[in-house]
Write a protein that binds this ligand. Structure first.
Ligand code: GDP
Ligand code: MG
Length: 498
């Protein structure tokens, strides 16, 4: 168990909770203990989205090991928490709080089925010796059901609740969705809102992944020139416009390729089989690529079972990419081929976003989540509520807690609790939505003196907006934004020695 606070904000909130603890009743105090425990644990990221959108596949890709069961089976219907542990171990946690060790399958995955009544199981805990998990705890959820399967509606309602609870308990959300033929932007937005219900998801703590972009026919996307990744970028851009400001970005991805490349599933035998396929004449090859059925049944020297195996690991797009890589470089090694598949998967982009949004800001995200929990825990008792309120106001008044205020302002804007003219809302999102000053100012790549001047100008503007043309709610946000610009200005001046 690694336990350390993510940074100064989490430390300040931990002190606040410890100070308040003796002043609240036993039930609230127990809740506070849980808040303290979570504050010192890694950031909790829930992977949410519909069933079969590729959540478990993505979890495996991120962890770099095929450990989460993919497809069907009881365990794909349970919440699994993947966290760092010195020894690899799976525990089945019962609804009664009992814990039982579950052996891994021979191939190192969590067994798809349990030999106990699933109704008695709360969730699974998977402890893995894995560097990624030192900083992130990843929560795989069963997911929301598809809209059109009435026959399984009951199960799906239960699953929805299970997934919602897991999401509600998390501090950040990775929302996985796919582009289905009928899905329009509104439907995606509804599904996302449902997935994140009960939790303030916003650009600070939510990232969306447009998965399975290999299954999108590029010719169905105007402007794609028949290119899968160009089509993916266009669609992801549209979804980002529809989903904002609720997510920090929409990243296109082929989870299956990422999983196969990162988990060791892609072997040198697979590379050999692809080399044999690369020998086929162009006409046969184009025919085989027309469908999964044709790919496995077409007359060819590579055994049909081998082709099915490749299909399961790479699907048609990945197979095509690999064969093209072999044509381009006939001597390519299995390792280089694996790397090419990884590059074609989009995983690097997802990782970079995770680092930039979640890991870099874990301190603020965790501190804000803890304050929200503490507020909720004390809500039932007027005395406790007042004490917690006063303590939080005092904390937020301190200069070092300014980032928390900014996150709070951001949440007020993204949840429409405070409405702002669109250009101003955009500006608040920009200032609060990044940890890098040039990005906050919207002046990436500009010279320092421009940044300094702009920060000062905007600080002044927001101060007068706070005093003059604003409603009381807008005014509160405006004060926070003014202060953010002022602190940026100070920092820039300090850096330039002026
Ligand atoms: N073609 C393709 N298939 C994928 C991709 N990602 C996942 N899959 C497949 O989709 C199915 C469902 O994936 P799974 O991770 O179990 O979905 P979950 O229910 O959201 O956890 C599996 O057969 C995966 O191999 C992808 O990017 N492309
Ligand atoms: Mg799953």
């Amino acid at each position: 168990m690694t336990s350390s606070l993510a940074g100064p904000l989490s430390a300040a909130v931990a002190r606040l909770v410890q100070t308040l603890r003796p002043q609240v009743g036993p039930a609230t105090a127990a809740g506070f203990d849980e808040v303290l425990r979570r504050l010192s644990a890694p950031l909790q990221v829930a992977v949410a989205g519909r069933i079969k959108s590729g959540k478990s596949t993505l979890v495996n890709a991120l962890i770099g090991r095929r450990v989460a069961p993919v497809g069907v089976g009881e365990c794909t219907r349970l919440v699994t928490r993947f966290q760092y542990g010195a020894v690899d171990r799976i525990e089945v946690v019962g609804v009664d709080g009992s814990r039982r060790v579950l052996p891994f399958d021979a191939d190192g995955t969590i067994p798809a089925d349990l030999d106990v009544d699933v109704e008695t199981v709360s969730h699974l805990e998977a402890y893995l010796t894995n560097e990624v998990l030192r900083e992130l705890t990843v929560i795989d959820t069963p997911g929301l059901g598809s809209l059109d399967s009435a026959s399984v509606a009951r199960t799906e309602k239960l699953l929805d609740q299970v997934s919602r609870d897991a999401v509600a308990g998390a501090e950040a959300v990775l929302y996985v969705f796919t582009q289905t033929v009928r899905a329009d932007d509104q439907e995606t937005l509804r599904a996302f809102t449902a997935a994140t219900a009960g939790r303030d998801a916003g650009p600070v703590n939510a990232i969306a992944v447009l998965n399975k972009v290999d299954t999108i026919p590029p010719e169905s996307v105007a402007g794609s020139d028949g290119e899968v990744w160009r089509a993916a970028a266009i669609l992801a851009g549209k979804q980002a416009a529809a989903l904002r400001p609720r997510v920090a970005g929409v990243l296109p991805m082929i989870g299956l390729l990422a999983e196969s490349a990162e988990s060791g599933a892609f072997t040198s035998a697979d590379a050999d089989a692809l080399r044999a396929l690369a020998e086929l004449d162009e006409a046969s090859w184009q025919t085989m690529l027309m469908s999964a059925d044709l790919f496995t049944t077409w007359e060819c020297a590579v055994p049909s079972a081998t082709r099915s195996r490749l299909l399961a690991k790479l699907d048609l797009y990945g197979i095509d990419r690999a064969v093209r890589a072999i044509h381009a470089e006939p001597g390519i090694t299995a390792g280089a081929l694996r790397r090419a598949l990884l590059d074609a998967s989009g995983l690097d982009g997802v990782r970079a976003k995770l680092d930039g949004v979640f890991r870099a800001r874990a301190d603020g995200i965790k501190a804000a989540a803890a304050l929200a929990s503490v507020t909720a825990l004390a809500a039932g008792d007027p005395g406790e509520r007042q004490r917690v309120h006063d303590a939080i106001e005092q904390l937020l008044g301190r200069p070092e807690a300014h980032q928390l205020r900014l996150l709070e302002a951001l949440t007020l804007i993204t949840t429409n609790a405070v409405s702002m003219p669109e250009d101003l809302a955009e500006e608040v999102l920009r200032v609060g939505g990044s940890g890098s000053i040039p990005e906050q100012l919207g002046l990436v790549g500009r010279p320092p003196h421009e940044l300094v001047a702009y920060a000062l100008e905007r600080a002044g503007w927001w101060r007068s907006f706070a005093s003059f043309g604003a409603t009381p709610a807008q005014s509160r946000v405006a004060h926070v934004v003014h202060r953010a610009y002022f602190l940026i200005w100070q920092q820039l001046r300090g850096a330039s020695g002026g």
